[in-house]
Design a protein around this ligand. Structure first.
Ligand SMILES: Nc1ncnc2c1ncn2[C@@H]1O[C@H](COP(=O)(O)OP(=O)(O)OP(=O)(O)O)[C@@H](O)[C@H]1O
Ligand SMILES: [Mg+2]
Length: 307
């Protein structure tokens, strides 16, 4: 498992050098991209030019307001960014900066006030409820803070449920479940119920459930938040393996600089907009961690945590 992150991420070429250092800590390094006007279009084009393939996710000028006329909270204030197929992106930012709101809008749990979210070439902000249900089922995978497994189902049943709901023929299901469980090292616990598994095993079953339908995008909300440090490291190595060996595209919200150091790129959100980004390039995880910590300190967080 320790070997899984030795392969450099292909899109880092040419983008890594200098891009992420704290010295480039300005909106110009990323934050104004895509916001308004003609300038943003050329920025977007420049960004696309460096990406292998078209983005799987495009978030365009997304605003989200909460509340009524008397008290309005602008949780998202014109967020724009792209995630390319095969990327593992971390979202960090101070408490209240809009991370969960952003994730909820991409996962269609919540709706945007304005702006567009395009997944696999389709704008999800204009979809009907029925289309959204299909989109969530077919195109998204979820990894939650606690594994969110159903207690009354075995590991096998928890993973296969996603395929059953999708209407896969039952003869194909068991092959897929067994293969994915083997990839994630939990084929021995498939007949156990969640309470009979360790925290790390539950998270791996949950990862298998997220992956087994081959979604376009996996959304992870603080996936290590409820784990001890050893289980958290195992979980992160699993996500890294899902990304590098299984080709999963992952967007992960995290408070934890250590967790973020496993990603290829970290977007920092502040006051509902992208404030800065760091690209890992081919540097070591330790070196990337150190750069993430610089930004975290800049944002005023205490050791290892932004909020
Ligand atoms: N349902 C809601 N109604 C009103 N305001 C909300 C609602 N949900 C979020 N907000 C506000 O929107 C802003 C962004 O909240 P959000 O939960 O996205 O922050 P976050 O970055 O996830 O923070 P944390 O790190 O603490 O989880 C906050 O000011 C919050 O109070
Ligand atoms: Mg949150």
């Amino acid at each position: 498992m320790a070997e899984v992150y030795t392969e450099p991420f292909p899109m880092a070429d040419g983008m890594a050098a200098g891009q992420g250092s704290a010295a480039h800590f300005s909106r110009e390094s990323y934050g104004s991209h895509g916001r308004t006007g003609a300038g943003s279009a050329s920025n977007a084009a420049a960004l696309h030019a460096t990406m292998p393939g078209s983005p799987i996710l495009s978030v365009r000028n997304v605003e989200k307001m909460f509340g009524s006329r008397d008290s309005v909270t602008r949780a998202l204030a014109g967020v724009s960014f792209d995630v390319a197929s095969g990327e593992f992106v971390g979202i960090m930012g101070p408490s209240g900066s809009g991370k969960t709101t952003l994730l909820n809008c991409v996962s269609t749990i919540d709706t945007v006030t304005s702006g567009n979210i395009i997944v696999g070439g389709r704008d999800i902000t204009g979809m009907s409820r029925r289309q959204l249900a299909k989109f969530r089922r077919d195109d998204l995978g979820f990894i939650f803070q606690d594994s969110n497994l159903l207690d009354t189902l075995t590991g096998f049943e928890n993973i296969s449920l996603a395929l059953t709901i999708k209407g896969e023929p039952s003869r194909a299901i068991s092959g897929k479940v067994n293969a994915m469980a083997a990839r994630l090292g939990v084929d021995q616990v498939l007949q156990k119920y969640p309470y009979q598994m360790s925290g790390g095993q539950r998270q791996r079953i949950a990862a298998a459930r997220a992956m087994v339908t081959d979604p376009k995008l996996i959304l992870a909300d603080e996936p290590t938040g409820a784990l001890d440090s050893r289980s958290a490291a195992v979980m992160l190595e699993i996500m890294e393996m899902m990304n590098q060996q299984l080709g999963a595209t992952i967007m992960m919200v995290t408070h934890d600089a250590f967790a973020a150091s496993y990603t290829n790129r970290v977007l920092f959100i502040k006051d509902g907009a992208v404030f800065n980004e760091l690209r890992r390039g081919d540097e070591s995880r330790d070196a990337f961690f150190a750069r993430i910590m610089e930004v975290v300190s800049f944002l005023g967080g205490e050791a290892g945590h932004v909020s």
